[in-house]
Design a protein around this ligand. Structure first.
Ligand code: MN
Length: 290
Protein backbone atom coordinates (compact mmCIF):
# COMPACT_ATOMS: atom_id res chain seq x y z
CA UNK A 1 0.00 0.00 0.00
CA UNK A 2 1.39 3.38 -0.97
CA UNK A 3 1.80 6.12 1.61
CA UNK A 4 3.23 9.60 1.85
CA UNK A 5 5.50 9.52 4.88
CA UNK A 6 5.47 6.40 7.01
CA UNK A 7 1.75 6.27 7.66
CA UNK A 8 -1.13 5.75 5.27
CA UNK A 9 -4.18 7.43 6.82
CA UNK A 10 -7.55 6.08 5.65
CA UNK A 11 -9.38 8.55 3.43
CA UNK A 12 -12.15 9.03 5.98
CA UNK A 13 -9.69 10.39 8.57
CA UNK A 14 -7.37 12.25 6.22
CA UNK A 15 -7.44 16.01 5.62
CA UNK A 16 -4.86 15.82 2.84
CA UNK A 17 -4.98 13.58 -0.22
CA UNK A 18 -1.76 13.06 -2.16
CA UNK A 19 -2.85 12.24 -5.70
CA UNK A 20 -0.27 10.46 -7.90
CA UNK A 21 -0.66 11.38 -11.58
CA UNK A 22 1.95 9.36 -13.51
CA UNK A 23 1.14 10.97 -16.85
CA UNK A 24 3.96 12.12 -19.13
CA UNK A 25 2.71 11.47 -22.63
CA UNK A 26 3.13 15.13 -23.60
CA UNK A 27 6.83 15.41 -22.86
CA UNK A 28 8.85 16.82 -25.72
CA UNK A 29 12.44 16.20 -24.66
CA UNK A 30 13.14 13.57 -22.01
CA UNK A 31 10.22 11.37 -20.92
CA UNK A 32 10.28 9.88 -17.44
CA UNK A 33 8.02 12.08 -15.33
CA UNK A 34 5.56 9.18 -15.19
CA UNK A 35 7.95 7.72 -12.62
CA UNK A 36 7.89 10.88 -10.51
CA UNK A 37 4.93 10.15 -8.20
CA UNK A 38 6.17 6.73 -7.12
CA UNK A 39 9.71 8.05 -6.62
CA UNK A 40 8.40 10.82 -4.35
CA UNK A 41 6.20 8.42 -2.37
CA UNK A 42 9.12 5.96 -2.01
CA UNK A 43 11.47 8.72 -0.84
CA UNK A 44 8.86 10.14 1.55
CA UNK A 45 9.17 7.03 3.71
CA UNK A 46 12.65 8.27 4.67
CA UNK A 47 11.46 11.72 5.80
CA UNK A 48 11.82 12.83 9.39
CA UNK A 49 8.17 13.33 10.24
CA UNK A 50 8.72 16.08 12.82
CA UNK A 51 9.39 19.29 10.91
CA UNK A 52 11.72 21.27 13.17
CA UNK A 53 11.46 24.50 11.18
CA UNK A 54 7.64 24.54 11.39
CA UNK A 55 7.52 23.01 14.87
CA UNK A 56 4.91 20.42 13.91
CA UNK A 57 4.60 16.87 12.62
CA UNK A 58 2.67 17.54 9.39
CA UNK A 59 1.77 13.86 9.05
CA UNK A 60 -0.57 14.31 12.05
CA UNK A 61 -3.08 16.09 9.79
CA UNK A 62 -3.75 12.71 8.21
CA UNK A 63 -2.29 12.15 4.76
CA UNK A 64 -3.93 9.70 2.40
CA UNK A 65 -1.98 8.57 -0.65
CA UNK A 66 -4.65 7.92 -3.29
CA UNK A 67 -4.58 5.39 -6.09
CA UNK A 68 -2.64 6.47 -9.17
CA UNK A 69 -4.78 8.22 -11.76
CA UNK A 70 -4.85 6.03 -14.88
CA UNK A 71 -4.31 7.36 -18.39
CA UNK A 72 -5.61 6.45 -21.81
CA UNK A 73 -2.87 5.60 -24.29
CA UNK A 74 -2.92 7.92 -27.29
CA UNK A 75 -5.77 10.06 -25.96
CA UNK A 76 -4.63 13.16 -24.11
CA UNK A 77 -8.14 14.60 -23.79
CA UNK A 78 -9.48 11.43 -22.20
CA UNK A 79 -6.43 11.20 -19.92
CA UNK A 80 -6.92 14.78 -18.78
CA UNK A 81 -10.60 14.08 -18.09
CA UNK A 82 -9.60 11.20 -15.81
CA UNK A 83 -7.23 13.54 -13.92
CA UNK A 84 -9.95 16.19 -13.54
CA UNK A 85 -12.48 13.63 -12.32
CA UNK A 86 -10.07 12.11 -9.79
CA UNK A 87 -9.21 15.48 -8.30
CA UNK A 88 -12.86 16.54 -8.19
CA UNK A 89 -13.84 13.39 -6.33
CA UNK A 90 -11.50 14.23 -3.43
CA UNK A 91 -12.30 17.95 -3.51
CA UNK A 92 -16.01 17.17 -3.22
CA UNK A 93 -15.17 15.20 -0.08
CA UNK A 94 -13.59 18.36 1.31
CA UNK A 95 -10.03 17.11 1.13
CA UNK A 96 -6.97 19.27 0.36
CA UNK A 97 -5.47 17.77 -2.78
CA UNK A 98 -1.73 17.64 -3.45
CA UNK A 99 -1.15 16.22 -6.92
CA UNK A 100 2.19 14.68 -7.88
CA UNK A 101 3.10 14.61 -11.58
CA UNK A 102 3.68 13.61 -14.10
CA UNK A 103 4.32 16.26 -16.69
CA UNK A 104 3.10 19.83 -16.41
CA UNK A 105 0.15 19.30 -18.74
CA UNK A 106 -1.74 17.81 -15.76
CA UNK A 107 -2.06 21.26 -14.18
CA UNK A 108 -4.81 22.27 -16.59
CA UNK A 109 -7.32 19.54 -15.60
CA UNK A 110 -6.30 19.93 -11.94
CA UNK A 111 -7.02 23.65 -12.01
CA UNK A 112 -10.33 22.96 -13.79
CA UNK A 113 -11.33 20.59 -10.99
CA UNK A 114 -10.44 23.14 -8.33
CA UNK A 115 -12.33 25.93 -10.09
CA UNK A 116 -15.42 23.76 -10.20
CA UNK A 117 -15.07 22.70 -6.56
CA UNK A 118 -13.80 25.79 -4.74
CA UNK A 119 -14.36 28.78 -7.04
CA UNK A 120 -11.97 31.53 -8.12
CA UNK A 121 -8.28 31.79 -7.27
CA UNK A 122 -4.94 32.93 -8.69
CA UNK A 123 -2.49 30.33 -9.99
CA UNK A 124 1.04 30.76 -8.67
CA UNK A 125 3.23 29.16 -11.32
CA UNK A 126 6.77 28.37 -10.15
CA UNK A 127 8.84 27.12 -13.07
CA UNK A 128 11.96 27.64 -15.20
CA UNK A 129 9.70 27.81 -18.26
CA UNK A 130 6.73 29.98 -19.15
CA UNK A 131 4.56 27.09 -20.42
CA UNK A 132 2.82 29.71 -22.51
CA UNK A 133 2.91 27.96 -25.89
CA UNK A 134 -0.48 27.85 -27.65
CA UNK A 135 0.49 24.35 -28.71
CA UNK A 136 3.60 22.23 -28.91
CA UNK A 137 4.25 19.57 -31.53
CA UNK A 138 0.67 20.05 -32.65
CA UNK A 139 -0.98 19.43 -29.27
CA UNK A 140 -2.80 21.82 -26.95
CA UNK A 141 -2.37 19.16 -24.26
CA UNK A 142 1.39 19.63 -24.25
CA UNK A 143 3.42 20.24 -21.10
CA UNK A 144 4.53 23.51 -22.75
CA UNK A 145 0.96 24.80 -22.90
CA UNK A 146 -0.92 24.51 -19.59
CA UNK A 147 -0.39 28.11 -18.52
CA UNK A 148 -1.38 29.39 -21.95
CA UNK A 149 -4.64 27.49 -21.58
CA UNK A 150 -5.29 28.99 -18.14
CA UNK A 151 -4.58 32.50 -19.41
CA UNK A 152 -6.94 31.95 -22.35
CA UNK A 153 -9.63 30.93 -19.89
CA UNK A 154 -9.17 34.17 -17.95
CA UNK A 155 -7.62 32.57 -14.89
CA UNK A 156 -5.15 34.95 -13.20
CA UNK A 157 -1.57 33.68 -13.16
CA UNK A 158 1.63 34.86 -11.45
CA UNK A 159 4.93 33.39 -12.67
CA UNK A 160 8.07 32.98 -10.54
CA UNK A 161 11.51 31.53 -11.32
CA UNK A 162 11.46 31.78 -15.11
CA UNK A 163 14.71 31.41 -17.05
CA UNK A 164 13.58 30.36 -20.52
CA UNK A 165 11.37 33.12 -21.91
CA UNK A 166 10.88 33.21 -25.66
CA UNK A 167 10.16 36.48 -27.43
CA UNK A 168 6.66 35.18 -28.16
CA UNK A 169 6.08 34.29 -24.51
CA UNK A 170 7.29 37.70 -23.40
CA UNK A 171 4.85 39.34 -25.80
CA UNK A 172 2.06 37.23 -24.32
CA UNK A 173 3.12 38.07 -20.76
CA UNK A 174 2.96 41.75 -21.64
CA UNK A 175 -0.27 41.55 -23.60
CA UNK A 176 -2.04 39.82 -20.71
CA UNK A 177 -0.16 41.81 -18.04
CA UNK A 178 0.91 38.62 -16.30
CA UNK A 179 2.95 39.48 -13.18
CA UNK A 180 6.21 37.60 -13.68
CA UNK A 181 9.37 37.33 -11.63
CA UNK A 182 12.20 35.82 -13.70
CA UNK A 183 15.10 34.17 -11.89
CA UNK A 184 17.64 36.70 -13.15
CA UNK A 185 15.67 39.44 -11.40
CA UNK A 186 15.37 37.44 -8.17
CA UNK A 187 19.09 36.68 -8.20
CA UNK A 188 20.37 40.15 -9.09
CA UNK A 189 17.87 42.39 -7.28
CA UNK A 190 16.73 40.22 -4.38
CA UNK A 191 13.38 38.59 -3.75
CA UNK A 192 10.45 41.03 -4.01
CA UNK A 193 8.33 38.81 -1.77
CA UNK A 194 5.83 41.52 -0.94
CA UNK A 195 5.40 42.32 -4.63
CA UNK A 196 4.75 38.65 -5.37
CA UNK A 197 2.20 38.46 -2.55
CA UNK A 198 0.51 41.63 -3.75
CA UNK A 199 0.21 40.18 -7.26
CA UNK A 200 -1.64 37.14 -5.90
CA UNK A 201 -5.30 37.26 -4.93
CA UNK A 202 -6.47 36.12 -1.52
CA UNK A 203 -6.87 32.53 -2.72
CA UNK A 204 -4.08 30.72 -4.50
CA UNK A 205 -3.45 27.45 -6.31
CA UNK A 206 0.27 26.58 -6.44
CA UNK A 207 1.78 24.69 -9.35
CA UNK A 208 5.44 23.87 -8.73
CA UNK A 209 7.60 22.54 -11.56
CA UNK A 210 10.67 20.94 -10.00
CA UNK A 211 12.83 22.46 -12.75
CA UNK A 212 12.23 25.80 -11.02
CA UNK A 213 14.92 24.56 -8.65
CA UNK A 214 18.52 24.84 -9.73
CA UNK A 215 19.87 21.67 -11.41
CA UNK A 216 22.56 21.53 -8.71
CA UNK A 217 19.84 20.71 -6.18
CA UNK A 218 17.34 19.16 -8.57
CA UNK A 219 19.05 17.33 -11.44
CA UNK A 220 16.16 14.90 -12.02
CA UNK A 221 14.02 16.89 -14.45
CA UNK A 222 13.44 16.55 -18.18
CA UNK A 223 14.43 20.11 -19.06
CA UNK A 224 17.02 21.44 -16.58
CA UNK A 225 18.24 25.04 -16.76
CA UNK A 226 20.87 26.88 -14.70
CA UNK A 227 20.28 29.86 -12.40
CA UNK A 228 17.37 28.21 -10.62
CA UNK A 229 16.02 28.51 -7.10
CA UNK A 230 17.79 27.03 -4.10
CA UNK A 231 15.79 24.75 -1.84
CA UNK A 232 15.71 27.53 0.76
CA UNK A 233 14.38 30.09 -1.73
CA UNK A 234 11.60 27.72 -2.75
CA UNK A 235 10.74 26.83 0.85
CA UNK A 236 10.69 30.50 1.87
CA UNK A 237 8.42 31.38 -1.05
CA UNK A 238 5.98 28.61 -0.15
CA UNK A 239 6.06 29.56 3.53
CA UNK A 240 5.31 33.21 2.76
CA UNK A 241 2.44 32.37 0.42
CA UNK A 242 0.84 30.06 2.99
CA UNK A 243 1.29 32.65 5.74
CA UNK A 244 -0.53 35.34 3.79
CA UNK A 245 -2.94 33.53 1.45
CA UNK A 246 -5.50 30.77 1.48
CA UNK A 247 -3.96 28.01 -0.61
CA UNK A 248 -6.76 25.91 -2.13
CA UNK A 249 -4.66 23.23 -3.81
CA UNK A 250 -1.31 22.46 -5.32
CA UNK A 251 0.64 20.24 -7.67
CA UNK A 252 4.31 19.33 -7.95
CA UNK A 253 5.34 18.18 -11.41
CA UNK A 254 8.12 17.10 -13.74
CA UNK A 255 10.28 15.06 -11.39
CA UNK A 256 11.94 12.60 -13.73
CA UNK A 257 13.90 10.15 -11.56
CA UNK A 258 17.42 9.56 -12.83
CA UNK A 259 18.96 7.43 -10.13
CA UNK A 260 20.07 10.35 -7.98
CA UNK A 261 18.16 9.56 -4.83
CA UNK A 262 18.87 12.97 -3.36
CA UNK A 263 16.65 14.59 -5.99
CA UNK A 264 13.72 12.43 -4.92
CA UNK A 265 14.37 13.24 -1.26
CA UNK A 266 14.50 16.93 -2.12
CA UNK A 267 11.17 16.65 -3.91
CA UNK A 268 9.56 14.73 -1.05
CA UNK A 269 10.88 17.18 1.53
CA UNK A 270 9.54 20.20 -0.36
CA UNK A 271 6.10 18.59 -0.73
CA UNK A 272 6.11 17.74 2.98
CA UNK A 273 7.12 21.31 3.82
CA UNK A 274 4.16 22.61 1.81
CA UNK A 275 1.77 20.19 3.55
CA UNK A 276 3.11 21.45 6.88
CA UNK A 277 2.52 25.05 5.80
CA UNK A 278 -1.06 24.14 4.90
CA UNK A 279 -1.53 22.51 8.32
CA UNK A 280 -0.49 25.75 10.03
CA UNK A 281 -2.50 27.98 7.70
CA UNK A 282 -5.66 25.92 8.21
CA UNK A 283 -5.12 25.72 11.97
CA UNK A 284 -5.06 21.91 11.85
CA UNK A 285 -1.87 21.88 13.96
CA UNK A 286 -0.29 24.33 16.39
CA UNK A 287 3.49 24.82 16.42
CA UNK A 288 5.39 23.61 19.47
CA UNK A 289 7.57 26.73 19.44
CA UNK A 290 6.96 30.37 18.73
MN1 MN B 1 9.44 23.70 -16.55
Amino acid sequence: MAAFGEVQTPLEQARVVVLPVPYDLSLSFLPGARKGPKAILDASVELELFHAELGIDPSEVGIHAAEEVPWVAGDAAASHALIRDAARRYLELGRFVVALGGDHSITHPLVQAHREAVGAFTVLHIDAHTDLYPEWQGSIYSHASPIYRLVQEGIPVVQVGLRAISRESLALIRAHRIPYFPAHRLHTQGWPLQEILDALGERVYITFDFDALDPSVMPAVGTPLPDGLTYREAANLLTAVFQHKEVVGMDFVELSPNGTFHAEMTAAQLVYHAIGCKALQAGWLQPEHE
